[in-house]
Design a protein around this ligand. Structure first.
Ligand code: NDP
Ligand code: 8X3
Length: 251
């Protein structure tokens, strides 16, 4: 029987690449995001490979999360793999100049969203004594960089929640993993800098990680034998040594 994965943030970047990777490996998909037209396009692209269901909701809206997930049809109700990927950075400002709406947006999606979606799905995993939760953290969850303050805090929270989940869900045989990328070339910087030209420079002068690189790592994690859990993985582009040390060409 096919496994079912629910992927948040499937409309773009890492989430969309993971959907494509899972479809190659016959994992049926529940694709989530706020942009329905993108969910429809991905469903159209992948539905020849595997059954697909789409859910349009904001992960940080707890009522919407519950309503969406409880609306799943029977064939998609049993969720084997949860990919908590939805999230973004908003702004890059010293704490004294930070925009409170940006702070709220990051905590809303990156922390509350991950909690609300997990809270809705964990009970069925506990009941079955099985399941795999993968939280997409970040190198920003390992170290704080200048002006990263609240985004880094949100990803440190993801790191703590991943550990907490792994401990609490240990008696039920549920796997909990954190995949922590460095710089990945997606729409992330467009969102962070609100479409400002500065976003175009973030991935210039070096080869950044691609969404597909992370998707392959996520598939590797979910395809390990039942006795193996990838607990916590940090991945950088080769040009990056930490959040602030990046070998860029001058051109
Ligand atoms: P993208 O901007 O390309 O994708 C972000 C995804 O998250 C979109 O599908 C968006 O969907 C979804 N999303 C954001 N907020 C919400 C929300 N409130 N409710 C529902 N969906 C939401 O960025 P990435 O693919 O790069 O980011 C994916 C994850 O990877 C994030 O958690 C990010 O923090 C993390 N990450 C990214 C890195 C990078 O350098 N790019 C490095 C390390 C970690 P929609 O707008 O349609 O709702
Ligand atoms: C994304 C990587 O360095 O922009 O989580 O915070 S970084």
């Amino acid at each position: 029987m096919k496994k079912t994965a629910l992927i948040t943030g499937a409309t773009s970047g890492i989430g969309a690449a993971t959907a494509r990777e899972f479809a190659k490996h016959d994992i049926q998909l529940i694709l989530c995001g706020r942009r329905q037209e993108r969910l429809d396009a991905l469903q159209k692209e992948l539905h020849h490979n595997v059954p697909i269901y789409t859910l349009n909701f904001d992960v940080g809206d707890r009522k919407a999360v519950k309503k969406a997930i409880s609306s799943l049809p029977q064939d998609f109700e049993k969720i084997d793999i949860l990919i908590n990927n939805a999230g973004n950075a908003h702004g890059l400002d010293p704490i004294q100049d930070g925009n409170i709406d940006d702070w709220d947006a990051m905590m809303h999606s990156n922390v509350n969203g991950l909690l609300y979606v997990s809270k809705t799905i964990i009970p069925q995993m506990v009941q079955r004594n099985a399941g795999h939760i993968i939280n997409i953290g970040s190198s920003a969850g390992r170290e704080v960089y200048p002006k990263g303050n609240v985004y880094c805090a949100s990803k440190h929270a993801v790191a703590a929640l991943t550990e907490g989940m792994r401990i609490d869900l240990n008696p039920y045989g549920i796997k909990v993993s954190a995949i922590n990328p460095g710089l990945v070339e997606t729409e992330f910087s467009q969102v962070r800098f609100k479409g400002d030209a500065i976003a175009d420079n973030v991935y210039k002068g070096f080869k950044a990680l691609q969404a597909q690189d992370i998707a392959e790592i996520i598939y590797f994690a979910v395809s390990r034998p039942s006795h193996v859990t990838i607990a916590d993985l940090l991945v950088f582009p080769t040009a990056q040594a930490n959040s602030v040390t990046i070998q860029k060409s001058s051109s």
